[in-house]
Design a protein around this ligand. Structure first.
Ligand code: NAD
Length: 291
Protein backbone atom coordinates (compact mmCIF):
# COMPACT_ATOMS: atom_id res chain seq x y z
CA UNK A 1 0.00 0.00 0.00
CA UNK A 2 1.15 3.54 -0.60
CA UNK A 3 -0.47 6.25 1.48
CA UNK A 4 -2.24 9.37 0.33
CA UNK A 5 0.13 12.27 0.94
CA UNK A 6 -1.79 15.05 2.67
CA UNK A 7 -0.67 18.34 1.16
CA UNK A 8 -0.66 20.93 3.91
CA UNK A 9 0.50 23.42 1.31
CA UNK A 10 -2.57 22.96 -0.91
CA UNK A 11 -5.03 22.93 2.01
CA UNK A 12 -3.34 25.94 3.52
CA UNK A 13 -3.51 27.87 0.21
CA UNK A 14 -7.23 27.11 -0.03
CA UNK A 15 -7.92 28.37 3.51
CA UNK A 16 -5.78 31.49 2.97
CA UNK A 17 -7.63 32.28 -0.25
CA UNK A 18 -10.91 32.01 1.67
CA UNK A 19 -9.62 34.40 4.35
CA UNK A 20 -8.35 36.87 1.72
CA UNK A 21 -11.75 36.81 0.01
CA UNK A 22 -13.54 37.42 3.30
CA UNK A 23 -11.29 40.40 4.02
CA UNK A 24 -11.78 41.74 0.48
CA UNK A 25 -15.56 41.65 0.96
CA UNK A 26 -15.14 43.39 4.30
CA UNK A 27 -13.18 46.24 2.67
CA UNK A 28 -15.77 46.49 -0.08
CA UNK A 29 -18.73 46.60 2.30
CA UNK A 30 -17.14 49.09 4.69
CA UNK A 31 -15.12 51.30 2.32
CA UNK A 32 -17.24 54.38 2.99
CA UNK A 33 -17.24 53.85 6.74
CA UNK A 34 -14.65 56.17 8.37
CA UNK A 35 -14.71 53.99 11.52
CA UNK A 36 -13.67 50.87 9.60
CA UNK A 37 -10.53 49.11 10.76
CA UNK A 38 -9.33 45.95 9.01
CA UNK A 39 -8.11 42.93 11.00
CA UNK A 40 -4.69 43.64 12.53
CA UNK A 41 -2.01 41.42 14.01
CA UNK A 42 0.83 42.68 16.22
CA UNK A 43 3.98 40.56 16.27
CA UNK A 44 6.60 41.16 18.95
CA UNK A 45 10.13 39.83 18.68
CA UNK A 46 12.67 40.30 21.47
CA UNK A 47 16.29 39.91 20.36
CA UNK A 48 17.45 38.84 16.92
CA UNK A 49 17.43 35.04 16.92
CA UNK A 50 17.71 34.22 13.18
CA UNK A 51 15.11 31.39 13.26
CA UNK A 52 12.64 33.66 15.10
CA UNK A 53 13.27 36.45 12.56
CA UNK A 54 12.33 34.10 9.72
CA UNK A 55 9.11 33.03 11.50
CA UNK A 56 8.21 36.63 12.32
CA UNK A 57 8.78 37.80 8.75
CA UNK A 58 6.71 34.92 7.39
CA UNK A 59 3.86 35.83 9.72
CA UNK A 60 3.97 39.51 8.70
CA UNK A 61 4.08 38.58 5.01
CA UNK A 62 1.14 36.17 5.39
CA UNK A 63 -0.90 38.92 7.09
CA UNK A 64 -0.29 41.37 4.30
CA UNK A 65 -1.13 38.76 1.64
CA UNK A 66 -4.65 38.32 3.04
CA UNK A 67 -5.23 42.08 3.58
CA UNK A 68 -4.62 42.27 7.33
CA UNK A 69 -2.68 45.11 8.90
CA UNK A 70 0.52 43.90 10.51
CA UNK A 71 2.35 45.73 13.26
CA UNK A 72 5.89 44.56 13.90
CA UNK A 73 7.83 45.31 17.12
CA UNK A 74 11.52 44.37 17.17
CA UNK A 75 12.80 44.88 20.68
CA UNK A 76 16.40 44.78 21.87
CA UNK A 77 17.74 41.59 23.45
CA UNK A 78 18.12 43.41 26.80
CA UNK A 79 14.49 44.64 26.90
CA UNK A 80 13.19 44.55 30.47
CA UNK A 81 10.07 42.79 31.64
CA UNK A 82 8.53 46.16 32.44
CA UNK A 83 9.13 47.49 28.91
CA UNK A 84 7.68 44.35 27.33
CA UNK A 85 4.61 44.36 29.58
CA UNK A 86 4.09 48.07 28.81
CA UNK A 87 4.06 47.35 25.09
CA UNK A 88 1.60 44.46 25.56
CA UNK A 89 -0.62 46.70 27.66
CA UNK A 90 -0.64 49.33 24.88
CA UNK A 91 -1.46 46.69 22.25
CA UNK A 92 -4.20 45.19 24.44
CA UNK A 93 -5.91 48.59 24.31
CA UNK A 94 -5.14 49.44 20.65
CA UNK A 95 -8.37 49.15 18.58
CA UNK A 96 -6.36 48.50 15.39
CA UNK A 97 -4.90 45.34 16.90
CA UNK A 98 -7.00 42.18 17.14
CA UNK A 99 -4.25 39.64 17.62
CA UNK A 100 -1.04 39.85 19.65
CA UNK A 101 1.77 37.37 19.32
CA UNK A 102 5.04 37.38 21.18
CA UNK A 103 7.52 35.16 19.36
CA UNK A 104 8.95 32.48 21.66
CA UNK A 105 11.42 31.58 23.00
CA UNK A 106 12.17 34.83 24.81
CA UNK A 107 15.64 35.72 26.13
CA UNK A 108 16.33 33.92 29.44
CA UNK A 109 15.88 36.97 31.70
CA UNK A 110 12.23 37.37 30.64
CA UNK A 111 9.39 35.41 32.25
CA UNK A 112 7.54 33.73 29.35
CA UNK A 113 4.54 32.68 31.39
CA UNK A 114 4.03 36.22 32.73
CA UNK A 115 4.25 37.56 29.17
CA UNK A 116 1.67 35.03 27.91
CA UNK A 117 -0.63 35.93 30.81
CA UNK A 118 -0.30 39.68 30.05
CA UNK A 119 -1.86 39.32 26.58
CA UNK A 120 -5.60 39.78 26.83
CA UNK A 121 -7.26 36.39 26.14
CA UNK A 122 -9.44 37.98 23.41
CA UNK A 123 -6.28 38.87 21.41
CA UNK A 124 -4.30 35.74 22.30
CA UNK A 125 -4.14 34.37 18.75
CA UNK A 126 -1.48 31.82 19.77
CA UNK A 127 -3.98 30.29 22.20
CA UNK A 128 -1.36 30.13 24.94
CA UNK A 129 -3.16 32.13 27.65
CA UNK A 130 -4.37 30.00 30.58
CA UNK A 131 -7.92 31.29 30.01
CA UNK A 132 -7.92 29.92 26.45
CA UNK A 133 -6.20 26.71 27.60
CA UNK A 134 -8.87 26.30 30.27
CA UNK A 135 -11.74 26.99 27.88
CA UNK A 136 -10.33 24.41 25.45
CA UNK A 137 -10.12 21.81 28.20
CA UNK A 138 -13.79 22.27 29.11
CA UNK A 139 -14.84 22.26 25.47
CA UNK A 140 -15.90 25.91 25.23
CA UNK A 141 -15.33 28.33 22.35
CA UNK A 142 -11.84 29.87 22.55
CA UNK A 143 -8.70 30.70 20.62
CA UNK A 144 -6.84 27.41 20.11
CA UNK A 145 -3.09 27.08 19.45
CA UNK A 146 -2.30 27.22 15.75
CA UNK A 147 -0.38 23.96 15.18
CA UNK A 148 -3.02 21.74 16.85
CA UNK A 149 -5.73 23.56 14.88
CA UNK A 150 -3.73 22.92 11.72
CA UNK A 151 -3.53 19.18 12.51
CA UNK A 152 -7.29 19.03 12.93
CA UNK A 153 -7.89 20.92 9.68
CA UNK A 154 -5.66 18.45 7.83
CA UNK A 155 -7.56 15.50 9.30
CA UNK A 156 -10.90 17.08 8.43
CA UNK A 157 -9.74 17.61 4.85
CA UNK A 158 -9.72 13.81 4.48
CA UNK A 159 -13.47 13.80 5.17
CA UNK A 160 -13.18 10.65 7.22
CA UNK A 161 -15.16 10.41 10.48
CA UNK A 162 -13.01 11.06 13.55
CA UNK A 163 -15.65 10.15 16.16
CA UNK A 164 -15.00 6.77 17.75
CA UNK A 165 -11.51 6.42 16.23
CA UNK A 166 -8.52 5.46 18.34
CA UNK A 167 -6.18 8.46 18.32
CA UNK A 168 -2.70 8.30 19.81
CA UNK A 169 -0.80 11.55 20.36
CA UNK A 170 2.92 11.13 21.03
CA UNK A 171 4.21 14.17 22.94
CA UNK A 172 2.55 16.06 25.78
CA UNK A 173 3.82 19.62 25.36
CA UNK A 174 1.56 22.54 26.20
CA UNK A 175 1.82 23.98 22.70
CA UNK A 176 1.19 20.82 20.65
CA UNK A 177 0.59 17.48 22.40
CA UNK A 178 -1.94 18.50 25.06
CA UNK A 179 -4.08 20.86 22.93
CA UNK A 180 -4.15 18.49 19.95
CA UNK A 181 -5.29 15.67 22.26
CA UNK A 182 -8.05 17.94 23.63
CA UNK A 183 -9.16 18.87 20.12
CA UNK A 184 -9.35 15.20 19.18
CA UNK A 185 -11.35 14.49 22.33
CA UNK A 186 -13.67 17.31 21.27
CA UNK A 187 -14.14 15.42 17.98
CA UNK A 188 -15.14 12.34 20.01
CA UNK A 189 -12.05 10.30 19.25
CA UNK A 190 -10.80 7.90 21.92
CA UNK A 191 -7.54 9.60 22.81
CA UNK A 192 -4.35 8.16 24.27
CA UNK A 193 -1.51 10.50 25.18
CA UNK A 194 1.91 8.90 24.95
CA UNK A 195 5.21 10.45 25.98
CA UNK A 196 8.81 9.76 26.89
CA UNK A 197 7.82 7.60 29.89
CA UNK A 198 5.27 5.48 28.00
CA UNK A 199 6.13 1.79 28.12
CA UNK A 200 6.03 -0.21 24.90
CA UNK A 201 5.39 2.84 22.73
CA UNK A 202 5.31 0.87 19.44
CA UNK A 203 2.41 -1.26 20.76
CA UNK A 204 0.53 1.83 21.98
CA UNK A 205 1.02 3.56 18.62
CA UNK A 206 0.04 0.46 16.67
CA UNK A 207 -3.38 0.69 18.24
CA UNK A 208 -3.98 4.06 16.58
CA UNK A 209 -6.34 4.76 13.69
CA UNK A 210 -4.97 8.29 13.85
CA UNK A 211 -1.38 8.75 15.01
CA UNK A 212 -0.10 12.26 15.74
CA UNK A 213 3.64 12.62 16.35
CA UNK A 214 4.88 15.74 18.18
CA UNK A 215 8.15 14.53 19.64
CA UNK A 216 11.06 16.50 18.20
CA UNK A 217 13.12 13.46 17.13
CA UNK A 218 13.76 13.01 13.41
CA UNK A 219 12.43 9.78 11.89
CA UNK A 220 11.41 8.39 15.31
CA UNK A 221 8.08 6.88 14.19
CA UNK A 222 8.90 4.05 11.79
CA UNK A 223 6.52 1.61 10.09
CA UNK A 224 6.80 -0.62 13.20
CA UNK A 225 4.73 1.94 15.11
CA UNK A 226 1.95 2.19 12.53
CA UNK A 227 -1.17 0.06 12.14
CA UNK A 228 -1.83 -0.75 8.47
CA UNK A 229 -4.26 1.83 7.12
CA UNK A 230 -3.71 4.38 9.91
CA UNK A 231 -3.62 8.13 9.29
CA UNK A 232 -0.33 9.67 10.40
CA UNK A 233 0.14 13.37 11.17
CA UNK A 234 3.76 14.45 11.57
CA UNK A 235 4.15 17.66 13.58
CA UNK A 236 7.94 17.39 13.93
CA UNK A 237 10.22 20.01 12.47
CA UNK A 238 13.81 18.94 13.06
CA UNK A 239 16.79 20.58 11.43
CA UNK A 240 19.29 17.78 10.87
CA UNK A 241 23.08 17.81 10.52
CA UNK A 242 22.83 17.97 6.72
CA UNK A 243 20.76 21.18 7.28
CA UNK A 244 17.62 19.48 5.94
CA UNK A 245 14.28 19.67 7.77
CA UNK A 246 12.89 16.28 8.80
CA UNK A 247 9.75 15.27 10.62
CA UNK A 248 9.31 12.90 13.56
CA UNK A 249 8.02 10.25 11.16
CA UNK A 250 10.21 8.04 9.01
CA UNK A 251 8.26 8.98 5.89
CA UNK A 252 9.83 6.39 3.56
CA UNK A 253 8.73 3.39 5.64
CA UNK A 254 5.46 4.82 7.00
CA UNK A 255 4.14 5.78 3.56
CA UNK A 256 4.07 2.05 2.75
CA UNK A 257 1.82 1.15 5.72
CA UNK A 258 -0.39 4.16 6.45
CA UNK A 259 -3.50 5.14 4.47
CA UNK A 260 -2.59 8.83 4.65
CA UNK A 261 0.44 10.72 5.92
CA UNK A 262 1.61 14.34 6.08
CA UNK A 263 5.01 15.12 4.56
CA UNK A 264 7.69 17.32 6.16
CA UNK A 265 8.13 19.94 4.86
CA UNK A 266 4.76 20.76 3.30
CA UNK A 267 2.44 19.11 5.84
CA UNK A 268 1.59 20.60 9.23
CA UNK A 269 4.16 23.41 8.85
CA UNK A 270 2.26 25.60 6.34
CA UNK A 271 -0.95 25.12 8.33
CA UNK A 272 0.43 26.81 11.44
CA UNK A 273 0.64 30.35 9.99
CA UNK A 274 -2.66 29.81 8.19
CA UNK A 275 -4.33 29.01 11.51
CA UNK A 276 -2.75 32.15 12.96
CA UNK A 277 -4.52 34.14 10.23
CA UNK A 278 -7.75 32.27 10.96
CA UNK A 279 -7.44 33.00 14.68
CA UNK A 280 -6.79 36.69 13.97
CA UNK A 281 -9.93 36.87 11.86
CA UNK A 282 -11.91 35.05 14.57
CA UNK A 283 -10.60 37.49 17.22
CA UNK A 284 -11.40 40.44 14.92
CA UNK A 285 -14.99 39.32 14.42
CA UNK A 286 -15.50 38.74 18.11
CA UNK A 287 -13.97 42.09 19.11
CA UNK A 288 -15.66 44.19 16.41
CA UNK A 289 -19.03 42.48 16.76
CA UNK A 290 -18.83 42.97 20.52
CA UNK A 291 -18.00 46.70 20.24
P1 NAD B 1 8.63 19.41 23.31
O1 NAD B 1 10.09 19.12 23.36
O2 NAD B 1 8.06 20.47 24.17
O3 NAD B 1 7.84 18.05 23.63
C1 NAD B 1 8.23 16.83 23.09
C2 NAD B 1 7.37 15.74 23.65
O4 NAD B 1 7.82 14.53 23.07
C3 NAD B 1 7.44 15.60 25.17
O5 NAD B 1 6.15 15.64 25.71
C4 NAD B 1 8.08 14.25 25.38
O6 NAD B 1 7.46 13.53 26.45
C5 NAD B 1 7.86 13.53 24.07
N1 NAD B 1 8.99 12.64 23.81
C6 NAD B 1 10.29 12.95 23.77
N2 NAD B 1 11.03 11.84 23.55
C7 NAD B 1 10.16 10.82 23.46
C8 NAD B 1 10.30 9.43 23.25
N3 NAD B 1 11.50 8.87 23.11
N4 NAD B 1 9.20 8.67 23.21
C9 NAD B 1 7.97 9.22 23.37
N5 NAD B 1 7.77 10.53 23.56
C10 NAD B 1 8.85 11.33 23.61
O7 NAD B 1 8.31 19.66 21.77
P2 NAD B 1 7.08 20.41 21.05
O8 NAD B 1 7.23 21.88 21.23
O9 NAD B 1 5.80 19.76 21.38
O10 NAD B 1 7.45 20.08 19.53
C11 NAD B 1 7.48 18.76 19.04
C12 NAD B 1 7.95 18.79 17.60
O11 NAD B 1 7.02 19.54 16.84
C13 NAD B 1 9.30 19.49 17.39
O12 NAD B 1 9.97 18.85 16.32
C14 NAD B 1 8.91 20.89 16.99
O13 NAD B 1 9.89 21.53 16.20
C15 NAD B 1 7.67 20.61 16.19
N6 NAD B 1 6.74 21.74 16.10
C16 NAD B 1 6.24 22.01 14.89
C17 NAD B 1 5.34 23.03 14.74
C18 NAD B 1 4.77 23.30 13.37
O14 NAD B 1 4.42 24.40 13.06
N7 NAD B 1 4.66 22.27 12.54
C19 NAD B 1 4.97 23.81 15.83
C20 NAD B 1 5.46 23.48 17.09
C21 NAD B 1 6.36 22.43 17.22
Amino acid sequence: MSAVIISGKAISDEIRNGIAEEVRLLYEARRRDPAFVPPGLAVIQVGADPASSIYVNNKKKACEQVGFMSFGYSLEEDTTMEELLDLIDTLNRDPRVHGILCQLPLPKHLDEFAVICAITPEKDVDGFHPVNKGLLSIGRECLVSCTPLGCLALLKSLQIPIAGKQCVVVGRSNIVGKPVAQLMLGENATVTMAHSRTTDLPAVCKNADILIAAIGKPGFITADYVKPGAIVIDVGINRCEDNKIRGDVDFASVVEVASAVTPVPGGVGPMTITMLLKNTLTAYKKITEGS
